[in-house]
Design a protein around this ligand. Structure first.
Ligand SMILES: *Cc1c(COP(=O)(O)O)cnc(C)c1O
Length: 236
């Protein structure tokens, strides 16, 4: 199926579950995860109205950001795109991220956040940040343990060139919707606890959770941003 049709299908899924949850579809942002797919696929999605894209691998993401910028330069009508870094972050990659991306979802330690803040170029708006939380204790996964989130959030929120927006999770695949819902609800509760703790300078407004397989459960639990790859671009 063409990317435009897949996008329509995914937006329909979001609309349906929003109706079920009594939420406005505008309260859920669709992030198209274009990792491993070429710039041409991103262009197809842009032409179908998609504006926000997620990339896992920093260099691959930067290459696509530059390719899309070149594409837009000769098209005065081209829309502004938003680029989100959602993959694991090593110290040696923070500069590229700070210089090219609009958002980072995968911050899970202070050192990485400090580097991103220091390296964010002054001519760009602050980098928008989510803390990745290891909500289900997956042993091999990145992400800050839930009990350490508040302390990290307080420190990250103070960094001058970052804006702390929320939390991101990548739970293990769940056997069914009920199980997925339970995990996503734990993230939602953590998010609410941070917002009622009154120690952050501004309330968090972003819950980045839900992918192709579990976006319904995530939206039912309160996700504000779903990250969808396979259901839009196909199998990797
Ligand atoms: C690949 C990836 C996605 C998209 O996953 P799909 O199952 O293809 O929708 C979302 N978030 C992260 C962090 C990813 O790495």
């Amino acid at each position: 199926m063409p990317i435009s049709s897949q996008l329509l299908e995914v937006r329909k899924r979001i609309d349906n579950v929003c109706a079920q949850a009594g939420r406005s579809p505008a309260s859920v942002t669709l992030l198209a995860v274009s990792k491993t797919f070429p710039a041409e696929a991103v262009i197809e999605a842009v032409q179908a109205g998609q504006r926000a894209f997620g990339e896992n691998y920093v260099q691959e993401g930067v290459d696509k950001i530059l390719a899309l910028r070149a594409w837009a330069q000769v098209r005065p009508e081209a829309p502004v795109l938003q680029w989100h870094c959602i993959g694991p972050l090593q110290s040696n990659k923070t500069r590229l991220v700070a210089e090219h991306f609009d958002w980072v979802h995968s911050v899970d330690r202070l050192k990485i956040a400090q580097r991103l803040s220091e390296q964010r170029p002054p001519h760009l708006p602050p980098l928008q940040v989510c803390l990745q939380v290891n909500i289900d204790g997956g042993p091999t996964k990145s992400g800050v343990p839930p009990e350490d989130v508040l302390a990290l959030a307080c420190e990250v929120a103070r960094l001058p060139r970052l804006v702390l927006r929320g939390l991101m999770t990548i739970p293990e695949p769940s056997p069914d919707t009920e199980a997925a819902l339970a995990v996503h609800r734990r993230t939602r509760e953590l998010f609410e606890r941070l917002n009622t703790s009154a120690v952050l300078p501004a309330p968090l407004d972003t819950l980045s959770m839900g992918m192709s397989a579990d976006l319904e459960a995530a939206v039912l639990a309160g996700s504000t941003m779903v990250r969808v790859g396979t259901a839009i671009f196909g199998r990797r």
